[in-house]
Design a protein around this ligand. Structure first.
Ligand code: BEZ
Ligand code: FE
Length: 256
């Protein structure tokens, strides 16, 4: 038995027991909740439920004092092994991909502003209709997923389309619970990134599009003001987003 498991499980159960007493939960409500737990498992939605309603607190609490750029939740739609892109660094997309074209660029540096060469940016996003490849019908496998590396000045760039906002699945138990509570199921438009470099803490983050709806009502509570970007219109009719990332050094392991 671990003291940590005992402490955590006891605390969570005590808080559930208190909520039952304070809210006079009935036997009928208990049976409804029990069936809902079963439904979440059968629908394979525990990762979704956790990342929508729990992950943001884990992220905020664990990284509250981390130096460098802000991170936010990973979410359930990352797929490892996206292709490493070469110039002109275009995220893989359909020939007729809809959405506004945008160039995204910036630098990756350490806390002193020194460039981090060969830092890796792993990028994934929904399409303009809010659909993720590999999880939702529509986009082909690998669509709008790729990795790029920084040059000797710490610069990175890629081109993509501006993603659309999306709802969590409405027809499953997580969506049903969200509707039962009267909450919005929407996430604002965003681009996911994991920025990594040897000797630095990987930064799991998202860039939120400032023109998107739902920035102040994200179902996953993952928006931070520092992560909102403005796509600037360019002379060729597309857009440009610039964003610099600062990485924190890897924590030295604690002394035993
Ligand atoms: C996402 O950012 O893709 C996401 C995060 C939490 C739940 C569902 C989706
Ligand atoms: Fe997302």
């Amino acid at each position: 038995m671990s003291d940590r498991a005992n402490q955590l499980i006891s605390d969570i159960l005590r808080r559930i027991h208190e909520a039952i007493v304070e809210n006079d939960v009935t036997y009928e409500e208990y049976q409804t909740a029990k069936q809902w737990f079963i439904d979440v498992g059968e629908a394979g939605e525990w990762p979704l439920f956790g990342d929508v309603y729990i992950e943001h607190v884990v992220e905020e609490h664990n990284f509250a004092n981390r130096a460098g750029s802000q991170g936010t939740i990973l979410g359930p739609f990352h797929l490892p092994g996206a292709p490493l892109l070469v110039a002109p660094f275009e995220l893989p997309h359909r020939p007729d991909e809809t959405g506004e074209r945008t160039h995204v660029s910036g630098r990756v540096t350490d806390a002193e502003g020194n460039p981090l060469q060969n830092a890796n940016l792993d990028i994934w996003q929904a399409d303009a209709e809010g659909r993720y490849s590999g999880f939702m019908p529509g986009p082909p496998e690998g669509n709008l997923r790729g990795q790029v590396r920084t040059d000797e000045e710490g610069r990175y760039e890629f081109t993509t389309v501006i993603p659309g906002p999306y709802t969590i699945p409405l027809d499953g138990p997580t969506g049903n619970m969200t509707a039962a509570a009267g909450w919005s199921p929407w996430r604002p438009a965003h681009i996911h990134l994991i920025v990594g470099a040897d000797g630095y803490e990987p930064l799991v983050t998202q860039l939120f599009i400032d023109t998107s709806d739902y920035l102040d009502n994200d179902v996953a509570s993952a928006v931070k003001p520092e992560l909102i970007v403005h796509p600037e219109p360019t002379s060729d009719g597309s857009y440009a987003i610039t964003y610099d990332f600062t990485l924190a050094p890897t924590h030295a392991p604690a002394m035993a």
